[in-house]
Structures are given as structure tokens and as C-alpha cells.
Design a protein around this ligand. Structure first.
Ligand SMILES: Nc1ncnc2c1ncn2[C@@H]1O[C@H](COP(=O)(O)OP(=O)(O)OP(=O)(O)O)[C@@H](O)[C@H]1O
Ligand SMILES: [Mg+2]
Length: 265
């Protein structure tokens, strides 16, 4: 019940129990980041001890200022950035640093912030590329994807390069869904969209999540993200500064004062 939900936690007070709980990660925790330190350049850490848990079926939102390390957090899960210490687990299995193709085979889908479609290929070909590791059942997966994104189904032969930014984002999400992932990592699905298109993107994300896909979404549009997510994390300077239910974070004076005033209204 939401009335008994815990108040948002500054991460520092939660970190000790987070480490302890990770040692015996409950089965329902699908994704766990425990004290992750990661970076691209030698001697420069972008994540400075970041923690996150996503339970089965949860929709998790990650918000925070530009450059806070939000995209890097998704990349740390998907083996796209060097994790220097700490761990990432998937269903209790250590996947720290595992390569993307192995993660895809384990049911993790990733939609990056940019360059996420093949512009010279058609929508249909982009979707097929998503299923290259899973050639069987292609038709059924295309049917599922086009049931979520009906507009794509009507334009399967159109080149992705001729689509608007929002439509490309839908192709990218559709492509990730072709592998029937049980975990989906989304980096700014509403970026660059008009307000009505943003509404549509968030609706689609909710639909995908309700279909049973544990979803971790980074969003610049902080308020909308917190409105639809089960739990959220505010990332600041590579650390999870605050966490709580979306509603708790939306109403937390510190989060409002520090982050929601300047992030997407
Ligand atoms: N490939 C890279 N090589 C070196 N530094 C990088 C690389 N990618 C990101 N960074 C740096 O890491 C920091 C965090 O970047 P990241 O993209 O994770 O932030 P973000 O929170 O997603 O920001 P935004 O809201 O702008 O998308 C930034 O200082 C950025 O310059
Ligand atoms: Mg980013």
C-alpha cells in the first residue's frame, strides 16, 4: 500500500543495507547494481559507487542532471563501459562486464540514447536485425511489436532514415523487443518529441512493462518519468542520491528543490 511505502532515502543511509542485501539477493530482484564504480578514461570515474535494484516486473526510472552518469549506468548494465569495482547481477548471476551479445541471449534489451536505428534499412529490416540471434518465431515477434506500435506495422517497408526522431525511437524499442527480452533498458525514450508524442512514448513504455518486461528507463523528462515509474533513482555525480517510489520522489522537498525545479517540468 502506498500509505506505508518508505520515504525517499538519501543513498548514503541506504548503502549499508544495500550491500548486505546484495550478498543474498532475493530471487525477485532481477537487476542489482551494487556500489558500481565505472568510467571511460583512465583515472576518471563517472559512476562513483552507484546502486540500483529492479524487481521482477518493476518499472524503474532514473533521473538526474546532464552528465550525472545516467546513460553510463545503463551502459554499465549492458557491458558498454568498464566497471572498475562493484558488481552487476542479473537474476542473482554476476554479469559484470559481460558482452552485449551474451546479455541479449540472457534476455536483456538495450535501447541507447542515440544512433539506435540503421537508417539505410527499412523498418522491417531493422526489426529483423533485432532478432538475428533468434531467427525462429520472427513473424510472431513482428506481430507483437506492431501490436504495440501499430504505426510501424503500416510502414514496414519505409526506410528508418526517413522517419522522425520519435518514430525512430519506436523502431529502436521495437527492435529491442524482437528478442523477447525480460529486461529492457531504455535511454530517454521521450527525447526530442513533441508533448503529445512524449505522452505516446510513455504510454508505450507502460504497455511494454505491463506485458511483464522489467524496465529501467533513463529520462530527462523527470516529472513524467516519476509519474509512471514504480520506483525512481535520482543520480547525481555518479551516485544514487535519492531513491523511493515515483510518488514519494515527486513530493520530496529535497528532490523538488534540487532536481525537479530545473529538470523537465
Ligand atoms: N565514451 C565516452 N568517453 C569518455 N567520456 C564519456 C563517454 N561517454 C560519456 N562520457 C562522460 O561521462 C559523463 C557522464 O555521461 P553520461 O552520458 O552517462 O551522462 P547522462 O547523465 O546520461 O547525461 P545526459 O543527460 O546529457 O544524457 C560525462 O561527463 C560524459 O562526458
Ligand atoms: Mg544520457
Amino acid at each position: 500500500m502506498s500509505s506505508s511505502a518508505p520515504a525517499p532515502q538519501p543513498a548514503s543511509s541506504a548503502s549499508a543495507s544495500m550491500s548486505a542485501s546484495t550478498a543474498t539477493a532475493p530471487a525477485e530482484n532481477v537487476v542489482v547494481l551494487d556500489d558500481v564504480v565505472a568510467g571511460y578514461l583512465p583515472g576518471v570515474n563517472i559512476l562513483n559507487g552507484a546502486n540500483l535494484t529492479a524487481a521482477k516486473g518493476e518499472l524503474i526510472g532514473i533521473i538526474g542532471p546532464n552528465g550525472a552518469g545516467k546513460s553510463t549506468m545503463l551502459k554499465a548494465i549492458f557491458g558498454q563501459v568498464k566497471v572498475r569495482s562493484g558488481s552487476v547481477t542479473l537474476n542473482g548471476e554476476d554479469i559484470t562486464g559481460l558482452r552485449a551479445n551474451k546479455l541479449v541471449a540472457k534476455g536483456v534489451g538495450f535501447v541507447p540514447q542515440t544512433n539506435n536505428v540503421f537508417p539505410s534499412l527499412t523498418i522491417a529490416e531493422n526489426l529483423q536485425m533485432g532478432a538475428y540471434q533468434r531467427p525462429r518465431g520472427l513473424r510472431e515477434r513482428v506481430d507483437f511489436v506492431t501490436s504495440i506500435f501499430p504505426d510501424l506495422g503500416k510502414r514496414l517497408q519505409q526506410r528508418a532514415g526517413s522517419l522522425s526522431g520519435g518514430e525512430r525511437q519506436m523502431v529502436a524499442m521495437g527492435r529491442a523487443l524482437m528478442m523477447d527480452p525480460h529486461v529492457l533498458l531504455l535511454d530517454e525514450p521521450s527525447a526530442g518529441l513533441s508533448p503529445s508524442r512524449q505522452d505516446e512514448a510513455f504510454l508505450r513504455v507502460s504497455e511494454i512493462n505491463k506485458a511483464g518486461v522489467t524496465t529501467i528507463m533513463v529520462e530527462q523528462n523527470a516529472r513524467r518519468c516519476l509519474q509512471i515509474c514504480d520506483r525512481g533513482y535520482v543520480l547525481d555525480q555518479g551516485r544514487d542520491a535519492y531513491t523511493g517510489t515515483g510518488r514519494d520522489l515527486l513530493n520530496d522537498p529535497n528532490v523538488i528543490g534540487l532536481y525537479l525545479g530545473t529538470l523537465g517540468a
